[in-house]
Design a protein around this ligand. Structure first.
Ligand code: ATP
Length: 225
């Protein structure tokens, strides 16, 4: 028995991008039930499977060709690409479409009262961040040296407990920074969600599914504008 090839799409299992991603796929006409605990959800009316994973796993799954498509924040994507390039791992993908949700910026923030006079004020300081590669690239491009400590969450608390001088973290409204006595001093990366695709050629059956899906995604994005 031969099984029909199914297009595999990686999306965030739960978090800031998951509701918008699910809503997008539903508006494209995909019938899926992701309310159960299954990490691989079948779309019942199209040959598509949805793999629900941590956001940070999505770039690698697409770059390694495990998933054909992924929906992920540009910040996560760029960080993963820089990290993999550093380790000489395959970091190729195609950014098929920008999506109009998940908007945020990666910024450097310092405790209130810090005497900020320009980027050189950050030279030699230590930053808590989830995005060391993006921070490192910013530092290199601006001719400064910085240290970092890696935190996967609650980054804003680091300066107050003496772990770092400042932070480099995602901001949307700035309310969390303010609540933690921090002031944004430099925006280093702007991000939205993107649809990415494996750089490997898709088999014709999968390409045909993508050719049906892509105009629908673009139509939904246009309607939201
Ligand atoms: P996961 O827990 O799935 O490994 P994560 O820790 O990045 O990933 P979330 O905090 O849900 O999970 O963020 C997912 C993505 O949402 C971010 O990578 C970013 O692209 C986007 N985003 C939009 N606004 C914000 C914000 N204010 N703070 C953090 N992320 C934001």
């Amino acid at each position: 028995m031969t099984t029909e090839p199914r297009l595999r799409i990686a999306m965030q299992k739960s978090g800031r991008l998951s509701d918008d991603t699910q809503a997008l796929l539903k508006r494209c006409g995909l019938k899926l039930n992701v309310s159960d605990r299954r990490l691989l959800a079948h779309v019942t009316n199209m040959p598509i499977d949805i793999m629900r994973v941590r956001s940070s796993d999505i770039p690698g799954l697409v770059m390694d060709g495990v998933c054909d498509l992924g929906i992920v924040g540009d910040n996560t994507l760029e960080e993963a690409a820089l990290e993999r390039a550093l380790m000489n791992q395959k970091s190729k993908y195609i950014r098929t479409s920008g999506l109009n949700f998940g908007g945020c910026r990666l910024s450097i923030a310092m405790p209130e009262g810090f005497d900020y006079t320009g980027i050189e004020s950050l030279n030699g300081l230590r930053f808590a961040t989830t995005y060391p590669q993006l921070l490192n690239r910013f530092a290199k491009n601006n001719g400064i040296d910085v240290e970092f400590c890696l935190l996967k969450g609650s980054v804003e608390v680091a300066p107050r407990v003496g772990l770092s001088d400042g932070i480099c973290d995602l901001v949307s409204t700035g309310a969390t920074l303010e609540a933690n006595g921090l002031v944004e001093v430099e925006e280093i990366f702007q991000s939205n969600a993107s649809l990415i695709q494996t750089a490997n050629a898709l088999v014709p059956e999968k390409q045909a599914i993508l050719d049906t899906l892509l105009p629908r995604i673009q139509g939904v994005m246009k309607a939201k504008e």
